[in-house]
Write a protein that binds this ligand. Sequence first.
Ligand code: E4P
Length: 215
Amino acid sequence: MKFFIDTANVEEIRQANEWGLVDGVTTNPSLVAKESGQSPTDIYQAICREVTGPVSAEVIALNAKGMIDEARKLASIADNIVVKLPLTLEGLKATKALSSEGIKTNVTLCFSANQALLAAKAGATYVSPFVGRLDDIANSGMELVAHIQSIYQNYDFNTEIIVASVRSPMHVMDAAIIGADIATIPFKVLSTLVHHPLTDKGIEAFLNDWQKIDK
Ligand code: E4P
């Protein structure tokens, strides 16, 4: 499973990249808004300097023409920009047009299997089901991911599934167990994955025993 990092914070991306855990980056308008004092373009440029993998940058327009115009500008920032579009009819229309131009797309805010089917039919490079937001309303986010996987396998769609709205290490583990293509993970969750108290205890015991050796 590929790991994308779900942040617009360049420092977080740099650190996670040093750990070797960044295959790509996803941002959204809310994440970009947290990075005060920098323009969105500056942020995307800085991220694309850090990371060679796909970097998702989201459009704001609500109509297809506006989305396509924004998408072309975003795509000109760097070769690895992926344009993020909402799962609406206008978003699908823009996705179809952009995919025929060779611009990579990530269709976002996906909450149903039918929506994911439409994204794939429009030629989306990626689809992003939001597991955390579904879990929040007592629907199973991971069940949605499994349904999308079945549908994509049934029809040999190439659209890759990005498990998004990840909130916990359990989401990461569940995504990997069902074989999701990608999970996009917030820095806070990413940095907890390595920890296990028995690892810390084991290191401590080994170091203590090492001190007892007559060297
Ligand atoms: C990523 O593509 C999504 O925008 C992000 O994972 C949403 O996460 P949230 O539901 O925690 O805001």
